[in-house]
Design a protein around this ligand. Structure first.
Ligand code: SF4
Length: 460
């Protein structure tokens, strides 16, 4: 009789992931690697042999949040490894928490994994060294972030990302496409393409082509978008593909026809940050050119349903009332669908901190309120115009039956809504068995400033 193989109990890792979607992708990668080595995940501090805290160091407020998260993990567990953007400030972390086991910076996967090995050695064995298809994901199974590059070649004066993450380094197009293919095969129905500057993809490699399924494909945003648009789910459906962090370089015009063809979700996330030429100049923003409004109009002619999301900073040093009014007038023209607003906040190490004429806090606040009022009114009018239309929607969550009449509601998103940052579509009376990740056609019955309300459209 053969002796049964004893599988050692695998060590358990807890993860606290802070920061932007890019940091979330880093967390997913680290966990994928650790799972591949047999580690298990722990949902709570008590069950973890070691806790990883993936920090954000972009704004001072984010740093404080990161320090608080480290403090909580230290108090609850005590065996803590810190990684992510704030890992570049190891001395600040160690001054406050001298007993953290290790501190590593952003994208130092090998170092993080080595620190986990040191703290809780892996239990090796053929039965536990398996990576689930698509890796370990922190996002729901039906949508995934796809990171195409690291770093950034620009030097916007308010941003310290290039000093934290370095210049642009693009991933190989075949590696990106292989990852996307695996994600779609494993249940992803929506791919969210992210990077610091998606439209610059491949600039560092001169758009070097790689072989993909027997043909050369360039590391270029347009080629990437076309290939991602050609993927199919196991049921033969096209996944939604959203482009985030796109700067309006001229070649962006080439992806708009792909939206009209249905290969790409008609959605562009372009962080304009401001519109007044003097402010953009002081911000040192890329692709800062005067004809953007004309181009937005042209994009809407080609792909009438395109949703344009952006973010804007108010109260940047030297911003005058005339500059701010310019921004409001520009928004009246541009009619952007989705807008996030921020009050300028100096970030330690950013060049903008040395600019003259800081804007007083109360003026920032007043401008912020005016910006939000303006953009909410535009959004409300745009959403009201969708009432009566039938739109494709992806389901995120299905509710419990109502106690009185047994009816079930669900929450989804239209193509105009990226997860976590945009609005929702709230559905009434959905059929039993509807699952997250399903695509349905929804008749829109009502709208408010941010969300839509409707019911699954009758077939035929
Ligand atoms: S484009 Fe500007 S804001 Fe964005 S990461 Fe690069 S330097 Fe920072």
């Amino acid at each position: 009789m053969t002796t049964p193989i004893t599988i050692p109990a695998p060590p358990k890792v807890g993860m606290v992931s802070l920061g932007c979607p890019k940091a979330l992708v880093d967390s997913e990668r680290i966990l994928t690697k650790l799972r591949a080595e047999g580690y298990q995940m722990s949902a709570d501090y008590a069950g973890a042999d070691v806790v990883l805290v993936n920090t954000c160091g972009f704004l001072d407020s984010a740093k404080e949040e990161s320090l608080e998260a480290i403090g909580e993990a230290m108090a609850e567990n005590g065996r803590v490894i810190v990684t992510g953007c704030m890992g570049n400030e190891a001395d600040v972390i160690r001054a406050r928490f001298p007993d953290v086991l290790a501190v590593t910076g952003a994208h130092q996967y090998e170092d993080v994994v080595q620190a986990v090995h040191d703290a809780a050695p892996p239990a090796r064995g053929a039965f536990i060294d398996l990576v689930p298809e698509g890796g370990i994901k922190l996002t729901p199974r039906h949508y995934s972030y796809l990171k195409i590059s690291e770093g950034c070649n620009h030097r916007c004066s308010f941003c310290i990302i290039p000093s934290l993450r370095g210049d642009l380094v693009s991933r190989r197009i075949d590696a990106v496409l292989r990852e996307a293919e695996k994600l779609v095969a494993a249940g992803t129905r929506e791919l969210l393409v992210i990077s610091q500057d998606t439209s610059a993809y491949g600039v560092d490699t001169r758009h070097e082509p790689r072989d993909w399924k027997g043909r050369p494909v360039r590391a270029h945003m347009t080629d990437l978008a076309r290939e991602l648009g050609g993927l199919r789910t196991p049921e033969g459906k096209a996944p939604w593909v959203r482009l985030h962090y796109v700067y309006p370089y001229p070649h962006v015009d080439h992806v708009i026809p792909l939206m009209a063809e249905g290969l790409l979700t008609p959605y562009l996330d372009i962080p304009f940050q401001h519109a007044a030429p003097a402010v953009l100049k002081r911000m040192k923003r890329p692709a800062n050119e005067a004809k953007v409004l004309d181009r937005i109009k042209a994009w809407r002619t080609i792909a009438p349903d395109i949703t344009i999301r952006s973010s804007f900073v108010v109260g940047f040093p030297g911003e005058t009332e005339a500059d701010f009014q310019y921004l409001l007038d520009w928004l009246d023209e541009a009619q952007l669908d989705r807008v996030g607003g921020f009050r300028f906040e100096p970030v330690e190490g950013a060049a903008a901190n040395d600019l003259p004429d800081p804007v007083p806090e109360e003026v920032k606040e007043e401008r912020y309120q005016r910006l939000m009022e303006k953009t909410a009114a535009i959004s409300a009018a745009k959403l009201a115009a969708k009432v009566g239309r039938t739109l494709p929607v992806i389901i995120d969550e299905v509710g419990e039956p109502d106690e009185e009449d047994g009816s079930v509601g669900a929450t989804g998103r239209s193509q105009a809504d990226a997860p976590e940052i945009d609005g929702h579509v709230y559905l009434r009376d959905v059929p039993e068995g509807l699952a997250p990740g399903s695509f349905v056609d929804v008749l829109v019955e009502d709208a408010d400033e941010h969300d839509l309300y409707g019911v699954i459209a009758p077939v035929g």
